[in-house]
Design a protein. Sequence first.
Length: 237
Amino acid sequence: MKAILQDIKKNNTVTSYFWLLFFSFVYGILHAIGPGHGKTLVSSYFLSDNRSVFKAFNISLLIGVVHTFSAFFLTVFIYFLLDFVFNSFITNVEYVASKISAVVIILIALYLIYKKFKASKQIKTMSFTSHNPNLSTCGCHACHTKSEDIGVILAAGIVPCPGTVTIFIFTFGLGIYYIGFLSAIFMSLGMSLIIFITAYLSINIRKKSSSSTRLIKFLEYGSLVFILLLGLFLLLV
């Protein structure tokens, strides 16, 4: 990758651009397939309630965007403000970011569990009372606030990717800043693709389970408990 960047700096050929973007995209895919990167959080989030494929696409794409910009701002801070060895600093930033992410995940889980119990209580109340036009128990994606989605996006994307940080550092050093952004964007697209596939599979699993009331309730509450446990695990480990 370093050789390709140097070739772009010297020759600025279309072939070099192609290979850079191709390898960046593939790296994003392979990197996202590994552990982490919000796949568990996203899959649990889409299992917990009825959400659309369009929402899955948007959230996956925005996670990639947040991932890219968190790496960019970290690199700017390192490159322009720090003179000491940055490897240990990156580790510390990743540690702090992961703890912040864990707290966000825990808060999301607690909020979603609260909403789920509240909706369940409303349904039980309806069964013993007359129809109330002001009472809504709709479970469609339109009834969920955007704050939940934003919380998931930030929790999954806030931890900067070392590969993206490295690309930014190389391109900053060579003075080809826009190339770093292009490469980071394609890395994020590769990562977003894997996250979207994860979300899409979760949506399909939920749809196939919709015929069984017990199973769908297990998926809903089980996935929320799993999100909570994931946050606690990330916070404590």
